[in-house]
Design a protein around this ligand. Structure first.
Ligand code: PLP
Length: 414
């Protein structure tokens, strides 16, 4: 009997080893990993640069609390601000995506106190979007635009409102005197791989500028090269300038680290005593992240991401498969839209989860994103040969699922 709290309905798989894009289970069977720990293992499994950096740092200094200076934090923050964000600002290091978003949300509240409504009461409301996902803390689920993560957890922190994604009209009408910030994923990952349109992002940025709202980018899943440019929003509307950005996942390549960046304009809102963490930005976590970000730059993996995106799209399009409606996303966060009405799915199963289970049996890990989308999240250094093998498994498995089809029955998981 397991003593693990059953918050996850797990796939029947126990992984014990990984190398590059391959993982092995406890029976010795190997799989191609196009899940990458849900967009985490940017360099694949156990890459030498990470193993070396972690081993070296672990033998020198594993932990140092934030009461003292940590040179690895300085180096990583400089790299993030000067090479990646390229807008003057400051970085706070956390341990996860949800924590990073909590930091942005706290900053927005401070901004609302510093720039109150006409009657002097603080602005507090953060606008978010349907199908968004911002993490599992109480503030994270409040910000998230999906009811399923909130069930039974009320009373939740108030001050969040959710609007249709990519609908500038609705946003412009919804804006209220108490609104203080807008948080969004430039490409929604968990919500089904939905890409913000350039017009929408530009419109959001203009609205924020006009009304002194903070523009908060959740780049937890999409940041640091997963979608091409290290800043995913630049792939869509390069000219816009957010006020805050959150990251986690890929920036640590599998070592837990997250962070948020604030522009110099608002960074003074978060002075001494305003926020903290015991573990965030430890020498070990920063050393791991530095190794990942340097490798992405040194090996020019952004170019690989762009080339492989094109290759994947062309290959899938060339199938003309009746079960594929479209390929959405950017870089190596791609979603295959499924024609669920044409699929043979067992009663009570969600089509995307059933497909993921069948792919697993055939030797490929690829996670669902919502009920009707399969996500492909290979490491940023994935090869064309690995993509050929993985897509062949996807094509064969889709062939097997062609049938009379069963419509989506309730919600099984996610
Ligand atoms: N934000 C986005 C866009 C995410 O995709 C996720 C996780 O999937 C989170 C936040 C939460 O990150 P974490 O699980 O590290 O708390």
């Amino acid at each position: 009997m397991s003593h693990i709290l059953p918050t996850y309905a797990r796939f029947p798989l126990t992984l014990v080893k990984g190398e590059g894009t391959r993982v092995w289970d406890d029976t010795g069977k190997s799989y191609l990993d196009f899940c990458s720990g849900i967009a985490v293992c940017a360099l694949g499994h156990s890459p030498k640069v990470m193993v070396d950096a972690i081993s070296k740092q672990a033998a020198t200094l594993i932990h140092c609390c934030n009461l003292y200076h940590i040179p690895q934090q300085e180096e990583l923050a400089t790299l993030i601000v000067e090479d990646h964000v390229r807008i003057p600002g400051k970085v706070f290091f956390s341990n996860s995506g949800a924590e990073s978003n909590d930091g942005l949300i706290k900053t927005a509240r401070r901004h609302g106190h510093a720039h109150p409504q006409a009657d002097g009461s603080p602005r507090y409301e953060i606008l978010s979007f349907n199908q968004s996902f911002h993490g599992r803390t109480l503030a994270g689920i409040s910000a998230t635009g999906q009811d399923k993560v909130k069930e039974g957890f009320d009373p939740l922190p108030t001050g969040f409102r959710h609007l249709p994604f990519n609908d500038l009209d609705a946003l412009t009408k919804a804006f209220a005197p108490e609104t203080v910030a807008i948080i969004l994923e430039p490409i929604q990952g968990e919500g089904g791989v939905n890409v913000a349109t350039p017009e929408f992002l530009r419109g959001v940025a203009a609205l924020c500028k006009k009304h002194n709202l903070l523009l908060l980018m959740d780049e937890v899943q999409v940041g640091f090269g997963r979608c091409g440019d290290p800043m995913a929003w630049r792939e869509i509307a390069p000219e816009i300038e957010p006020d805050g950005i959150s990251w986690a996942k890929g920036m640590g390549g599998g070592f837990p680290i997250g962070s948020f960046w604030l522009s110099d304009r608002i960074a003074p809102l978060m002075g001494p005593g305003s926020h903290g963490t015991t573990y965030g930005g430890s020498p070990l976590a920063c050393a791991a992240s530095l190794a990942v970000l340097k490798e992405i730059a040194d090996k020019n993996l952004i170019e690989n991401v762009r080339a492989q995106e094109t290759y994947i799209r062309e290959t899938i399009t060339s199938w003309n498969h009746p079960l594929v409606t479209e390929v959405r996303g950017k870089g190596l966060l791609l979603g295959i839209g499924l024609a669920v009405e044409k699929m043979d799915i067992p009663e009570g199963k969600l089509p995307s989860i059933h497909l993921s289970s069948e792919l697993l049996k055939a030797g490929l890990l690829a996670p669902p994103a919502g009920p009707a989308t399969l996500r492909l999240l290979p490491p940023l250094n994935v090869t064309t040969e690995e993509i050929d093998q993985a897509l062949e498994i996807v094509r064969r498995t889709l062939d097997q699922l062609r049938g009379t089809g069963v419509r989506i029955q309730g919600s099984e998981r996610q």
